[in-house]
Design a protein around this ligand. Structure first.
Ligand SMILES: Cc1cc2nc3c(=O)[nH]c(=O)nc-3n(C[C@H](O)[C@H](O)[C@H](O)COP(=O)(O)OP(=O)(O)OC[C@H]3O[C@@H](n4cnc5c(N)ncnc54)[C@H](O)[C@@H]3O)c2cc1C
Length: 501
C-alpha cells in the first residue's frame, strides 16, 4: 500500500465508485473509505441518461451496465386530475447523440454492484469498507485523513494528495471545507414506494406524473417486475405512519393492491434543491450529492454526480502526472456548477407544475397548458459554465456526439479517454510541425470526418475541426490549420512545457 495515495475518495456510493473506476483506469493510487459494510440495499435512483451511459462506457462497463438496466424508449407524461395530458417529455426508440438510448432504467443497488466490481479490477484501488473518515487536515505535502475502523474501533492516519468527498447529502467533507449550500427553494416530503409485481397489472409502461392537486404522484415502470410510486405528502399526513403497509396500499389502490404486488420498501424522503458554493478548497473537492441535490422529477441526481466525476477525473490525472498546473482543478466548479444548476432549476419548475395542491391554482395551470396539443419538453442541454473552452469557438462546452465510424466502431472506442482532434480529412494534412508536436505531447488522437455524423456536426458549427477533451466535451473549434494551432495552445500543459516553449 502506498504511503501517500494520489486520491482518497470518501464514500463508495455511485459517485465514489464511478470515480474509483476512472482513476483506477489511469493507474492512480486510490483509497476509498466507506462507513457501511455493504451497498445501500434500497433503490433511490431509477433512471440515468445517455450521456451517463457513455461515461460507463468510458469505464469499460457498458456491457455490464446493460445487463442491469433497460433502455427507456417511452417518455414521460404529465397528466392532470381528469387524466388530460398537459406536458410530455418525448421518447424514441432511436439511439441518441451519445451512441446509445437517451434514457435507461435500473435498480440502483445492482448498478452500484457493477461499479464496485469495476473499481476492484484495478490493483491500485484500495477499498476500506466499514471505515469512516472522521477528520481531514490539509498540510503542505498532502491531506491527512483520520479514519475510524468501525469493525474494531481503531483509528488510522492516511495521506493523499487530493481528497474527493463523494459522501452524500450530509457530507463531512463539505462541512470541513466550509462550503455553504445555496438553496433553490424546494423542500418537500414524498413517500417513495417500490413494488414487485406478482402478476400482470394494467399499468403504463412509461413514466406518468399525476398532477392531481388532491394528491400529486409519480408512477414509473422501472425494470422487470419492479414499479415505483412517489406520492407527495399532503398537509395533515403523518410521516411516521404514512409508510405503513395499510396506508401505502390505500394510497396506490387506484393502480394495484396487495394481491398484485409485494412491497419492496416504502420510505418518506424530503426532496431538496441545493447546490454547494466552493467545490474545491486546496486539496479537497466535492462530487455528487455532497455538492448538489435535486428533486427527482427529472431523474438527474445520480446523473449529475457521474457528470461531475467525468469532468474531474481527467483533470486530477493530468495534475497528478505533472502534465497540467494545479489551477486546472479550479475549472471543475466553474464548469460544472452552472450546468447542474440548470437541471435543478428545471426540476424545481416541474415541481411547481406537479406539486400544486390548491385546486384554483391547478385549474389555472391546466388552462395554461390546455390551449392546444400537450407541450413537449426535453432534458435541458446546457453547456458547461466558464472554463477551458471559453472563447474557443462555436459549439464549445457541449458534449461532442458519439457516432459510429465507417468501420462500425463508436467514436469513443477509437479516441479512448484522450484528447481528440476531430477534423476534416484535408485539414489534418495541413497541420504544421509544432501543432502536431503539441498534440502528440498531449496524447491527442486524430480522427477525420469520414463519418457523415462527424461531417454534419462540423458543418453545424461552420468548423473544420473540433478539439475534444477526455470527458468528450468540446474544448474548441477552428476553421483552418492556424486555428487548430491556436486551439492546441489551449491544451493543458505543465510548468516545464511552459518554460520550454
Ligand atoms: C427517491 C429518490 C429517487 C431518485 N431518483 C433518481 C433518478 O431516477 N435518477 C438519478 O439520476 N438520481 C435519482 N436520485 C438521486 C440519487 O439517488 C443520488 O443522487 C445518488 O444516489 C447520490 O450518489 P452519491 O454517491 O453522490 O451519494 P450517496 O449514494 O449518498 O453515497 C454516499 C456514501 O458516502 C458514505 N459516507 C458518508 N460519510 C462518510 C464518511 N464520513 N466516511 C465514509 N463514508 C461515508 C455513505 O455511507 C454513502 O455510502 C433519487 C433520489 C431519491 C431519494
Amino acid at each position: 500500500m502506498p504511503e501517500v495515495f494520489d486520491v482518497a475518495i470518501v464514500g463508495y456510493g455511485p459517485t465514489g465508485a464511478g470515480l474509483a473506476n476512472l482513476l483506477g483506469q489511469a493507474g492512480l493510487a486510490v483509497a476509498v473509505f466507506e462507513r457501511e459494510a455493504a451497498i445501500h440495499p434500497l433503490p433511490r435512483a431509477i433512471h440515468f441518461d445517455g450521456e451517463v451511459m457513455r461515461v460507463f462506457q468510458s469505464m469499460g462497463l457498458k456491457a455490464q451496465v446493460e445487463t442491469v438496466s433497460r433502455p427507456g424508449m417511452k417518455g414521460m407524461e404529465f397528466v392532470n386530475a381528469s387524466g388530460r395530458t398537459l406536458l410530455v417529455r418525448g421518447g424514441t426508440s432511436l439511439n441518441g447523440p451519445h451512441g446509445c438510448a437517451n434514457n435507461h432504467y435500473f435498480h440502483q443497488p445492482d448498478l452500484e454492484a457493477v461499479l464496485r466490481t469495476g473499481a476492484e479490477r484495478f490493483a491500485s484501488v484500495h477499498v476500506f469498507g466499514r471505515h469512516e473518515v472522521a477528520a481531514i487536515e490539509q498540510e503542505k505535502d498532502a491531506a491527512h485523513l483520520s479514519v475510524r475502523n468501525l469493525a474494531d474501533g481503531s483509528r488510522t492516519q492516511f495521506r493523499a494528495r487530493y481528497v474527493v468527498g463523494c459522501d452524500g447529502a450530509r457530507s463531512l467533507v463539505r462541512r470541513l471545507m466550509g462550503s455553504p449550500m445555496y438553496d433553490l427553494g424546494l423542500h418537500q416530503p414524498w413517500l417513495v414506494f417500490d413494488a414487485i409485481l406478482k402478476r400482470a397489472a394494467d399499468l403504463p409502461d412509461h413514466t406518468v406524473q399525476y398532477c392531481d392537486p388532491s394528491r400529486p404522484a409519480t408512477y414509473c415502470h422501472v425494470l422487470g417486475n419492479r414499479r415505483r410510486w412517489e406520492i407527495m405528502l399532503m398537509p395533515g399526513d403523518d410521516p411516521a405512519t404514512i409508510a405503513q403497509p395499510d396506508s401505502v396500499w390505500k394510497l396506490v389502490s387506484r393502480w394495484i393492491g396487495p394481491d398484485d404486488a409485494d412491497i419492496e420498501r416504502a420510505v418518506v424522503y424530503t426532496f431538496h434543491s441545493v447546490i454547494a458554493r466552493g467545490w474545491r478548497r486546496g486539496r479537497m473537492l466535492l462530487a455528487g450529492d455532497a455538492a448538489h441535490q435535486t428533486p427527482p422529477f427529472l431523474g438527474q441526481g445520480l446523473c449529475a454526480g457521474i457528470r461531475d466525476i467525468a469532468n474531474l477525473a481527467w483533470k486530477l490525472e493530468l495534475v497528478l502526472a505533472g502534465r497540467a498546473a494545479d489551477t486546472l482543478l479550479d475549472t471543475y466548479e466553474t464548469e460544472r456548477a452552472p450546468h447542474v444548476r440548470e437541471f435543478i432549476a428545471l426540476a424545481v419548475k416541474l415541481g411547481d407544475v406537479i406539486q400544486t395542491t390548491d385546486p384554483v391554482v391547478a385549474a389555472q395551470r391546466d388552462s395554461r397548458f390546455q390551449t392546444g396539443a400537450p407541450e413537449i419538453f426535453e432534458f435541458p442541454a446546457p453547456g458547461l459554465g466558464p472554463g477551458l473552452h471559453t472563447g474557443a469557438g462555436a459549439g464549445t462546452g457541449q458534449p461532442f456526439p458519439q457516432p459510429a465510424l465507417a468501420d462500425g466502431r463508436l467514436l469513443d472506442a477509437v479516441t479512448g479517454r484522450n484528447f481528440a482532434l476531430i477534423a476534416r480529412r484535408s485539414l489534418l494534412g495541413e497541420l504544421d510541425g509544432p501543432t502536431r508536436a503539441r498534440l502528440t505531447r498531449a496524447n491527442a488522437v486524430c480522427v477525420d470526418d469520414r463519418s457523415p455524423a462527424i461531417a454534419a456536426w462540423l458543418d453545424s458549427q461552420a468548423a473544420a475541426a473540433a478539439l475534444v477533451r477526455p470527458d468528450r466535451y468540446v474544448l474548441g473549434t477552428a476553421g483552418d490549420a492556424p486555428g487548430v494551432a491556436r486551439l492546441a495552445d489551449r491544451l493543458p500543459h505543465s510548468a516545464a512545457e511552459t518554460l520550454a516553449a
